[in-house]
Write a protein that binds this ligand. Sequence first.
Ligand code: SAM
Length: 388
Amino acid sequence: MKESNLNPFISKIENSVSERTIIKLTISNRNCKENKLLKVFVKLIEIKHGVKLSFVYRYATNDITKNFGVQKGINIIVNLLNDFSNAILFTCNEDTELIISKKGFELKQSAPKFQETPSLKHDHQKTGLIDIENNVYLRELGVTTSEWKIKKDMHDKFRQINKFIEIFDSLINEANLPPKIYVADMGSGKGYLTFAVYDFLINKTKYTPFVTGIEYRKELVDSCNVIAQKANFSNLTFKSGSIGTTQTDNIDVLIALHACDTATDDAIFKGIIAKSGLIICAPCCHKQIRKQFNVNNEFTSFLKHGILEERQAELITDAIRALLMEAHGYKTKVFEFISNEHTAKNIMIVGKKTDGIINRDEILEKIKAIKDFYGIKEHYLEKLLQNR
Ligand SMILES: C[S@@+](CC[C@H](N)C(=O)[O-])C[C@H]1O[C@@H](n2cnc3c(N)ncnc32)[C@H](O)[C@@H]1O
């Protein structure tokens, strides 16, 4: 059935939402290969703030979830359909495929693939990568109750853990890692992600993992070691110490999540000198560069605003980190790893070691140009690499 506009399809979505028969809507086949967004999945959920349309935006390495009120969500769907040429609305009664081409809009109806009436409850507990039932460390870390239910105030934390493991899964699949895999988690804190990494590697992959968490705070190290024993995680250990001085000869995967300020640089440095196959970091506060900003050019006019100066300092700090990793043979990518409704600290820098030829001087020149522009005298990671 050829249509001259989108209205019939949008009406079907609206009806399925109001009648609660919608199971999901998938939007795919991007029109432009440069569009980094690959697919979008939409479903109806009920959360504390009412009924929402929940959007999962799928990118090559991560998913970002955002919830919108129904009307706003419908408007977003209409806009998305400018950039994609296929959408399928799955409902309990029928499925409707929308095919968009230069000739117009075509709707194809078919019998429903899923017939079960959807529950609107937000399914916090569903995850394929981290099991909840009988998972000792989740209980000991206070994420679950003794009945293996996610605690009320721990849903965000659990979602963050899962999101990280999803990304970790795709990153290790892309990297060339040995069967015995040595992982160092720098600034492991309470160990949520360190435990999850070990759990995932030992239970869901072919690797034999040896995971070490490095953490300043001895009380956290001690409690994590006790939990590792209770969980029977024999190759997971936590060591008390500073990232900068810790001995690290053998690292295949270096992780540093929210290690404060220059601790992220210390961690990346350790990864680079150990020739770690994969470096995964999510920087935290960025103070070192901001203090040095001395801008006497056209950027002065906006850097007078504190928040813009702060954001700019974050960008420059992380941009130079990524360039330094590239200068040392890493292919890098920088992306948002979790929706910023959960945390503002959501930028991830990933470096994958490659054997490709690099023109280090050219990259160092680029770094120098950035530093000169902002009047930066010293980037901490650059200094570590120069002084080694
Ligand atoms: C914000 S917490 C993050 C914990 C964990 N990585 C996560 O993302 O859940 C940062 C941790 O890094 C530790 N830390 C910061 N700088 C460090 C350093 N130079 N050496 C060792 N630990 C450090 C802190 O004590 C803190 O526990």
